[in-house]
Design a protein around this ligand. Structure first.
Ligand SMILES: C[S@@+](CC[C@H](N)C(=O)[O-])C[C@H]1O[C@@H](n2cnc3c(N)ncnc32)[C@H](O)[C@@H]1O
Length: 308
């Protein structure tokens, strides 16, 4: 039986470290060469292809995707996020029917959001179970929140519609919903086209959670305006909270360091859209299941109940 001395294991550790650092250097070289030689459209195709290779570990695929497209994120952060979501890449990959549908899978922070929404609705003297008839969700992914509203919160709703840019999410979610005889309908389109797509339609409730953060301030402002234009009851939004100061005090949107998504002053956007904020919640750096707490509930100007 061979005997291993401690000096053998030190040598092995050294070799292992050298091997790892060579591998890292190699990764950096491949990354630099591919970024310098391949034009962006080719690299986008490469990333889509790479992400279909299930034999490569998901973290590794994500690392490569973000590294290969780093300059894209620097040039146009809006388009970068749109590209990742539309192709179900990077963080989008965690959205699967099996892990998202069902009340037990709804995240705690979202449950708090929905409880606040119910409270606001009741204050409005609307019976959630029978008087909420139509709901629209912007950036609904697979439609699991619409389904939750259908089964658990607003069973009287006849119309439950959502849109998302993620083709995979719309297709997989629609299949799940069909198989469960749901009334929820999902459509694939960009939220920037919301006003046009909802032309002539109005909803009792329009919600959007964790979505506006992927748009730059001017475009997010337009989406909020579009949401307000088609709300006849309550518009409810959950955004990314600023960790130190109440978002309503922000002069302008600021990018989150981790991923370049935006921390907005949604209060200002709602007011600019002619909305009347009836309830809000901001909890700074509180982190519940990876989400922060910055909720806004608003009505069109004509319907007035007081903010608390
Ligand atoms: C963080 S997920 C949130 C999903 C869901 N609203 C929730 O709270 O669990 C963001 C969603 O926004 C969608 N999205 C991002 N940009 C979009 C765009 N320009 N138009 C429509 N949907 C978009 C993504 O595809 C994704 O489903």
């Amino acid at each position: 039986m061979p005997q291993y001395s401690s000096s053998n294991s030190i040598n092995f550790a050294r070799l292992f470290n050298i091997w790892m650092s060579t591998l890292n250097d190699l990764k950096q070289i491949i990354k630099k060469v591919s970024c310098a030689t391949l034009p962006l459209p080719c690299r986008k195709k490469l990333v889509v292809w790479l992400n279909r290779q299930q034999w490569i570990n998901r973290n590794r695929r994500n690392w490569w995707s973000t590294e290969i497209l780093k300059d894209f994120a620097e040039i146009d952060i809006n388009e970068y996020h749109r590209f990742l979501w539309a192709n179900h890449l990077a963080y989008a990959e965690t959205y699967e029917p099996v892990t998202r549908f069902g009340a037990d899978n709804i995240k705690e922070s979202r449950k708090i959001f929905f409880m606040d929404l119910l409270k606001v609705i009741r204050q409005h003297e609307i019976a959630p179970s029978s008087q909420v008839r139509s709901i629209f969700e912007v950036g609904c992914s697979l439609g699991y929140q619409l389904r939750y509203m259908e089964t658990d919160l607003f069973p009287g709703a006849e119309v439950l519609i959502g849109n998302d840019i993620d083709k995979y999410a719309i297709e997989a979610g629609s299949e799940y919903l069909r198989n469960h005889n749901s009334k929820v309908q999902l459509f694939r389109f960009d939220m920037e086209d919301l006003d046009e797509r909802l032309k002539g339609r109005f909803f009792d409730i329009i919600i959007s959670t964790g979505v506006l953060m992927y748009l730059q301030e001017n475009i997010a402002t337009k989406v909020v305006q579009a949401m307000m234009n088609h709300t006849k009851g309550i518009m409810a939004i959950a955004g990314l909270a600023h960790s130190e100061k109440d978002n309503s005090l922000l002069e302008q949107s600021v990018p989150r360091e981790r991923d370049g998504s935006f921390i907005h002053n949604i209060d200002k956007m709602v007011e600019n859209a002619g909305g009347n904020i009836i309830s809000r919640r901001w909890e700074g750096d509180t982190d519940i299941d990876g989400n922060t707490i910055y909720f806004l509930f608003a009505t069109p100007q004509s319907t007035a109940i007081t903010a608390q």
